[in-house]
Write a protein that binds this ligand. Structure first.
Ligand code: ZN
Ligand code: ZN
Length: 270
């Protein structure tokens, strides 16, 4: 039996003799099935063709990315705290080098993921690190393709993982769309790990979409709700889902300005 992985989005399905008939994540209008058709791979095949690279962005925060890029191409982050380490978001490739390096840095106390596009092989990561709990917002549970005990659904608007490490439900792109606030990051000025719930753009502001690949926007109400969910939190730096997409300073103000310009752009002024 093989736990097949969708080549377009990186989602891993329950072990089976044959690949699934389709990928539910890619069949959803927020993603897409490539014109070349649905294709599958395995963790073994990924390990033979790809490697993970590590980039320390600041003390206690290291990005993990797969090269050459695979599927959506997002980055994950290893966040180290005095109360254990957390993996923020997830990538499909988990190999021996990654396991050994993360173990050497203290292993994982938990895994938190922004939304279903990055669930990927989360159960493989959990299993490799002493069945570390995986924290997912309950509002998105219909998108979990492999349900196992390691997954802990949380409800409500915030969840504290450790002192100064808080999951914040913003919604938007997905109803359970979550970001991670790290109060001690950026020399205690605060860090936001935003996944693509807030998509860091090349101009150093953020944007918000129901579907990024298919360019389906969100209504003003949903974008204002993201801004409101983050209002109680101070942060200077924002690390987005993709390599190089980082806002270095004034994060709180940049988010407020980004919400304002988005709403201005999409509201019918006539
Ligand atoms: Zn897929
Ligand atoms: Zn997404």
């Amino acid at each position: 039996m093989t736990a097949f992985i969708c080549k377009a989005c990186g989602t891993q399905y329950p072990p089976a003799d044959e690949p699934p008939a389709g990928c539910r994540i890619c069949d959803d209008e927020r993603q897409f099935v490539p014109v070349s058709g649905q294709q599958w791979t395995t963790l073994g095949e990924l390990r033979s063709r790809h490697r993970n690279s590590f980039e320390q962005h600041e003390p206690d925060l290291t990005a993990i990315e797969t090269t050459p890029e695979f599927a959506i191409g997002q980055r994950a982050f290893l966040l180290r705290t005095g109360e254990g380490n957390f993996l923020w978001d997830c990538i499909a490739l988990l190999d021996d080098a990654t396991v050994e390096l993360v173990r050497a840095l203290g292993g994982l106390r938990g895994i938190a993921i922004s939304h279903p596009h990055y669930y990927t092989t989360m159960l493989e990561w959990s299993a490799a690190f002493a069945n570390a709990p995986i924290y997912l917002h309950a509002a998105d549970q219909e998108w979990v393709m492999r349900r196992e005990n390691a997954i802990e659904f949380w409800n409500g608007e915030t969840k504290t993982l450790a002192p100064g490490v808080t999951l914040v439900r913003c919604g938007g792109h997905f109803p359970g769309g979550t970001v991670l606030h790290w109060a001690n990051g950026a020399d205690n000025r605060g860090v936001l790990l935003s996944g693509d719930i807030l998509q860091v753009g090349p101009d150093g502001f953020v944007s918000f979409m129901y579907s990024y690949p298919n360019l389906i926007p969100l209504p003003p109400r949903a974008v204002k709700a993201v801004g409101a969910a983050l209002r109680p939190f101070a942060f200077d730096r924002i690390y987005g889902a993709f390599s190089g997409r980082t806002i270095q300073a004034n994060g709180t103000a940049k988010v407020a300005q980004s919400v304002e310009r988005y709403v201005r752009a999409i509201e019918d002024q006539s």
